[in-house]
Design a binder for this molecule. Structure first.
Ligand SMILES: [Zn+2]
Length: 470
């Protein structure tokens, strides 16, 4: 074909298309793919998975025969595997991604019968029960979370594991890699490193004993919020992915604690399971889990499982995990008791946090240069919300809730004319506020020390070491 002829046949992509292609390539290190067909209708669409309105699906597999990444499509009771599928007149091919990255991601080689939901779940539990440091509760949590990763569309919760010893955490991370969808284990993370991964695959990111940096907390927060996008070089990245993190000490970030499932590993004897055995389990389990996803996707999407008895964030976690259990109400009902303790912890932590924040607001009012005689509940709410926002909390307190909390800490509100209710900042209240501030260990205790008699008094009385919960 002459140059001129080629020009006629190859349609130049639009400027926008070119730019988008360059950006995606840079982001995901896509190698240029030779497009042989020039008719736009038949140019292949790279996909890491498709869900068509008909319920038909495409998923990624690693073909055991040639180790190539291919697509799998359910075909009645069977499945077909191919490097390309034509669906509704469009050609779909697997994405071209960095070889090393793709090699590190665990993919099933096929789909295989899993028997029943209960049988599959029992297999998952059997896998995690091999860990000597996991309690029976931990085994169930790990199994529910692993199954949840097969439905990233349901927003599976972040899994936080704390493990005192490295070998114990290493084994659990390998077990999670066996059981989770498109799983990969990574070490230390930075934001730019994480955002350069092909997150559009919705891989399960398993993070092994990272340094507890600010970047880590930011990354975890961003990745745990479906629908939230991260601006990066003029793009808005959708970075939501199933994530499991294993740290030596439990993370203390209250937002992450409320929006995650937590497992504490006990220090235990040497792991009972060999790496080779784990690989074999993974080879068997992954195709069954893939089959579970392909067969039940629509049911999972339409699940109406709910746990209204739980507080908001824990309820969301229960729903995400419960939705992934199909045709087994008994198993589904086991999600709630598993989260009850965590629900109670979250409730207590939340109350304590809010009380402390409102006391901090009261302390600020006490320390204002021009002596204040009163503060309206609305003012308490404004200052408290500013404090919460400054700490990265996404919650806002309504004045009504603020009034309740003020009452709970013994600062009674009264009607202060037309502007509404408030607290009279008489000496008795100021003294009480200071005592509470010391008891809760609020962050601004040091501010008023030099000029405030109540601060001096409280410091003499309590010293510097009194903190909430001690
Ligand atoms: Zn003071």
């Amino acid at each position: 074909m002459s140059k001129r002829e080629r020009k006629r046949y190859i349609k130049r992509p639009s400027v926008h298309g070119q730019r988008a292609a360059r950006r995606t390539a840079a982001m995901n290190k896509i190698r240029p793919r030779a497009v042989t067909r020039t008719n736009k209708k038949f140019s292949p669409i790279e996909t890491s998975g498709e869900i068509f309105t008909t319920g038909e699906m495409l998923e990624l597999v690693r073909d055991a025969a040639d180790d190539e990444i291919k697509l799998i499509r359910p075909d009645g009771p069977n499945v077909s595997i191919s490097a390309r599928f034509v669906v509704n007149g469009k050609v779909f091919v697997p994405p071209t991604l960095d070889d090393d990255v793709m090699k590190a991601i665990n993919l099933p080689s096929n789909a295989a019968d899993y028997g029943s939901t209960e049988a599959l779940f029992d297999d998952l539990r059997r896998l995690f029960r091999e860990h000597p440091g996991l309690s029976e509760e931990g085994v169930s949590k790990a199994a529910f979370c692993a199954l949840g990763t097969w439905f990233p569309e349901c927003a599976p919760p972040l899994l936080l594991v704390s493990a005192p010893d490295a070998s114990g955490s290493g084994l659990l991370l390998e077990q999670l890699r066996c059981a989770c969808r498109r799983s990969v284990i990574i070490g230390d993370i930075t934001r730019s490193g994480m955002w350069s991964l092909p997150l559009s695959l919705r891989p399960t990111i398993i993070i092994a004993r990272p340094k507890p940096t600010k970047d880590l907390l930011r990354v975890l927060r961003a990745m745990s919020q479906p629908g939230v996008r991260v601006p990066q070089r003029g793009q808005l990245l959708d970075v939501f992915c199933p994530v499991a993190v294993c740290t030596e000490d439990p993370l203390s970030d209250s937002w992450l604690l409320e929006n995650s499932v937590q497992i504490e590993l006990m220090a235990a004897a040497t792991p009972r399971i060999a790496p080779q055995a784990l690989r074999e389990i993974s080879r068997d389990l992954q195709p069954q889990l893939l089959s579970y996803r392909l067969r039940n996707f629509v049911k999972v999407q339409n699940s109406d499982f709910d746990a209204p008895q739980l507080a908001l964030s824990t309820r969301e976690i229960a729903r995400a995990l419960g939705h992934c259990i199909v045709d087994d109400h008994e198993l589904q009902s086991r999600v709630v008791p598993l989260l009850e303790e965590q629900n109670e912890d979250a409730r207590v932590r939340r109350t304590t946090t809010f009380e402390a924040v409102i006391i901090e607001a009261a302390l600020l009012f006490c320390h204002e240069k021009k002596k204040r005689e009163w503060a309206y509940v609305g003012e308490f709410a404004t200052v408290s919300n500013a404090i919460l926002e400054g700490r990265g909390e996404q919650i806002k307190l309504e004045p009504r809730a603020v009034g309740d909390i003020l009452r709970a800490v013994g600062s009674f509100t009264r009607r202060l004319g037309r502007a509404g209710r408030g607290v009279l900042l008489v000496n008795e209240i100021r003294q009480k506020t200071h005592q509470l501030a010391w008891r809760f260990g609020v962050r601004s205790i040091d501010d008023g020390f030099d000029r405030c008699g109540f601060c001096t008094e409280a410091r003499t009385q309590f010293g510097d070491s009194i903190r909430a919960g001690t």
